[in-house]
Design a protein around this ligand. Structure first.
Ligand SMILES: C[S@@+](CC[C@H](N)C(=O)[O-])C[C@H]1O[C@@H](n2cnc3c(N)ncnc32)[C@H](O)[C@@H]1O
Length: 170
């Protein structure tokens, strides 16, 4: 399938649901590695609104200087959350993800000052406590994704709060 062709809603839905059956982190990362090239196109097919909702929510509650703020985008994928935050005036982003191919897309977006390959839940987040003005995790807390214990690490990384959303798959 070429990058120009878009898949049908039913095909994308089956793909997303199939990911929920994966039980190991390694297999999950293989899934995301293979999805990276079509991820954003498929998100458009099922109108995945979590990145814009999370970005708007974080921006609405943030009281500091948006241009100076440093945003930690956990499970950043290809960079959809940072893209939305940038529209709201944020400029500094650090991304973390466990999929090399997703991170490569994020790198190509040119939005991030730093990108880290981290398998959350199995490896430490490896950022300094209180380093980040905003911490977001979007679309990565559903079944078989990042374990909920990781939220403690995200809270430690944040000066303020953490914005979390999970994806809708039906
Ligand atoms: C549905 S995508 C969401 C990407 C992005 N936040 C967005 O809203 O478009 C889920 C992301 O979580 C990452 N992920 C899932 N489990 C992970 C883990 N244990 N450690 C690190 N990243 C993980 C995947 O590689 C994938 O990029």
């Amino acid at each position: 399938m070429s990058a120009a062709e878009s898949r049908t809603f039913d095909v994308v839905r089956e793909l997303v649901l199939s990911a929920h059956k994966i039980s190991t982190t390694a297999e999950k990362m293989d899934f995301y590695d293979s999805w990276a090239s079509h991820y954003e196109q498929d998100c458009a097919v099922f109108d995945f609104r979590a990145p814009i909702i999370a970005a708007r929510t974080a921006a609405a509650h943030f009281r500091g200087d948006r241009q100076a703020a440093v945003v930690l985008d956990v499970a950043c994928g290809t960079g959809m959350v940072a893209k939305m935050m940038k529209k709201d005036g944020f400029e500094h982003f650090v991304g973390v993800d466990g999929s090399q191919a997703m991170l490569q897309r994020a790198k190509e977006s040119g939005l991030y000052q730093d990108l880290k390959l981290v398998l959350l839940g199995e490896e430490p987040l490896s950022v300094q406590s209180g380093d980040f003005d905003v911490v977001l995790i979007v679309g990565a807390l559903s079944v078989g994704h990042i374990r909920v214990e990781v939220i403690r690490e995200l809270c430690r990384a944040a000066k303020q709060g953490v914005t979390m959303t999970t994806p809708a798959t039906n």
